[in-house]
Design a protein around this ligand. Structure first.
Ligand code: ATR
Length: 280
């Protein structure tokens, strides 16, 4: 795949996925660019699964600088890239593509970084903590390396389909203390942090997880966010969790990491998150 030159002027950045209409990324990147007086062309484009290769050829012809990739294209994007960061390779998924002067497509995954940055912003530390991760799909997989990299005491992956949780735990066992369990098993221990990586809240449905995992000190973090309380955070609040945090901050933080990759500038995230909170 050849890469076209920039053609001069402001190079194009995109967010792609399917559906893509709801994406906040254009607004977030515009707010980041305003912090630096940077001219920005950032658009959203619908790309159907299985068609990314052809779409990339068109984007390259348009002089693309970078692409944020969202559901359901992250795995496809990672597989198509010429070069992948270790983070993307471990996740098997890319949420960022960059188009460098070397003519190659670079894949990265800033979702894990985004989660860590947002947890840090909330004063939540991970070293020595007992962590429960709900779900074993793409979103959950993307944050496992980041959680293990922070030196958690244990990471238990629980999934409705236990085979998928077991496969994930086996794949990441070299990175740290990770085990798996089925949802219906109940939990003998409580957790310091519970992260929801299931798509409940995006796709609807109820979360049939035992509240035996919750303690009065447990922090609950949902990778997704919504205009109201997500089903997982309702489950957590009604179960007496100490804190309930949605994934809007993670969205802003992963976007900041992508912005920095493309423009070499580190935007302030707190004002952008504050603005978004007034709009959802
Ligand atoms: P994503 O890319 O958003 O992670 P995915 O790869 O399809 O989407 O994974 C969805 C995850 O949410 C899976 O872990 C799925 O559990 P299964 O592996 O058992 O399908 C989980 N999930 C979806 N709906 C759920 C529900 N109602 N209750 C529990 N888990 C659910």
């Amino acid at each position: 795949m050849g890469i076209a030159g920039t053609g001069g002027g402001t190079r194009l950045c995109l967010v792609i996925g399917s559906p893509i209409g709801h994406s906040r990324s254009p607004l977030i990147h515009r707010l980041f660019a305003e912090q630096f007086g940077l001219a920005l062309r950032y658009e959203k484009r619908e790309v159907a699964p299985g068609t990314l290769r052809a779409a990339l050829v068109d984007f390259i012809a348009e002089g693309i600088l970078g692409i944020n990739v969202t559901v359901p294209l992250k795995e496809e994007a990672c597989a198509l890239a010429h070069v992948g960061s270790e983070r993307a390779r471990l996740a098997g998924a890319a949420n960022v593509l960059s188009f460098g002067a070397d003519g190659r497509v670079h894949a990265d995954n800033t979702d894990g970084l985004g989660l860590l940055a947002d947890l840090a912003a909330h004063g939540v530390t991970l070293r020595g903590r007992r962590v429960l991760l709900l779900g074993a799909g793409g979103a959950a997989r993307g944050v496992v390396p980041a959680l293990l990299g922070e030196g958690v005491a244990s990471l238990l992956i629980a999934n409705r389909s236990p085979d998928k949780a077991a496969a994930l735990a086996t794949a990441f066992a070299p990175l740290g203390p990770v085990r798996s369990v089925a949802f219906e098993a109940g939990f003998a221990e409580g957790f310091d942090l519970i992260v929801n990586g299931t798509s409940v809240g995006v796709t609807g449905g109820a979360l049939a997880v035992s509240r035996s995992a919750l303690r009065a000190t447990t922090v609950c973090y949902d990778l997704v966010y919504g205009s109201g309380e997500t089903p997982f955070l309702r489950w957590a609040r009604e179960g007496g969790a100490a804190r309930c945090i949605d994934g809007l901050g993670m969205l802003v933080e992963q976007a900041a990491a992508a912005f920095e990759l493309w423009h070499g500038l580190r935007p302030a995230t707190a004002p952008v998150l504050g603005y978004l909170r007034t709009r959802i």
